[in-house]
Design a protein around this ligand. Structure first.
Ligand code: DQA
Length: 141
């Protein structure tokens, strides 16, 4: 079993960015949580972060051959990237969409995910645990 975690734009700023919404957790602490859990269950996990839509599209295309699942936080691209949505459906990637914040309880423009319909499911609002819960789902397969 191989899992790729993709973090979208501005998630590299976690820990410093809008702490009231996203908390003090850093991206590397989230990745460490997941790496520890993956190691415990003897599965391979890799991490990728990009602020650039096209790079995320390329990573999803490449991941198809190498990974069984993708845990994806598309950041703001959640709400408008048809290119990322098409990449997921185009290569039939098995993707779990995650968000730290509950996007459904925030501004109107964040309440719609155009990515969610091509994903297995969406986990939002549990902070760092959103990622852990996604990995727990994969571990239970
Ligand atoms: C986010 C929610 C998005 O609306 C926002 O643009 C982000 C982070 C989250 O994890 O809560 O960058 O994906």
């Amino acid at each position: 079993m191989k899992v790729l975690v993709i973090h979208g734009p501005n998630l590299n700023l976690l820990g410093a960015r809008e702490k009231k919404i996203y908390g003090k957790i850093t991206l590397s602490a989230i990745n460490t949580d997941l790496a520890v859990l993956a190691k415990k269950h003897k599965i391979a996990i890799e991490f990728y972060q990009s602020n650039i839509e096209g790079e995320i599209v390329t990573e999803i295309q490449k991941a198809q051959k190498k990974f069984d699942y993708i845990i994806l936080n598309p950041g703001a691209y959640t709400h408008y990237s048809i290119a990322i949505r098409d990449a997921i459906s185009g290569v039939k990637a098995r993707v779990i969409e995650v968000h730290l914040s509950n996007i459904h309880a925030r501004e109107k423009f964040r309440r719609e995910s155009i990515i969610a319909p091509v994903c297995i499911g969406q986990i939002a609002g549990f902070g760092r645990d959103s990622y852990r819960l996604a990995l727990e789902y994969i571990l239970a397969r």
